[in-house]
Design a protein. Structure first.
Length: 112
């Protein structure tokens, strides 16, 4: 039986992970966001560029993030993202939904 990779699982909670990362760390560029998620998850979660950048664009269109061009620590130009007030409200909603979902899954897994 083939096991799904962690990347297959990330589509659902991607907005939650990105919003939480930016709320905790402030202004970050895309690569730094993915590195943070990977490091904090002890390498269990990886966000691919093909998933991240469309998600960042959608979240910016929804008003959850704003972006601006800047220079990375390696002196490269990159788009830096910051969470907005609307993004903080969405983060609270996403966290509540995730808590409900994981509680429900835990109840099903623990049912005897």
């Amino acid at each position: 039986m083939k096991t799904k990779t962690r990347n297959d699982i990330l589509q659902g909670p991607l907005a939650l992970l990105v919003l939480k990362t930016l709320a905790s760390n402030g202004r970050m560029h895309g690569y730094a966001i993915t590195a943070h998620i990977k490091n904090v998850s002890a390498n269990l979660l990886r966000v691919e560029e093909g998933s991240l950048y469309p998600a960042l664009h959608r979240m910016e269109q929804d008003g959850w993030l704003r972006s601006e061009w800047g220079v990375t620590e390696r002196k490269r130009e990159a788009r830096f993202y910051t969470i907005t007030r609307r993004g903080h409200r969405q983060l609270a909603e996403e966290e509540a939904c995730w808590t409900q979902l994981t509680d429900g899954v835990a109840r099903v897994l623990g049912y005897v």
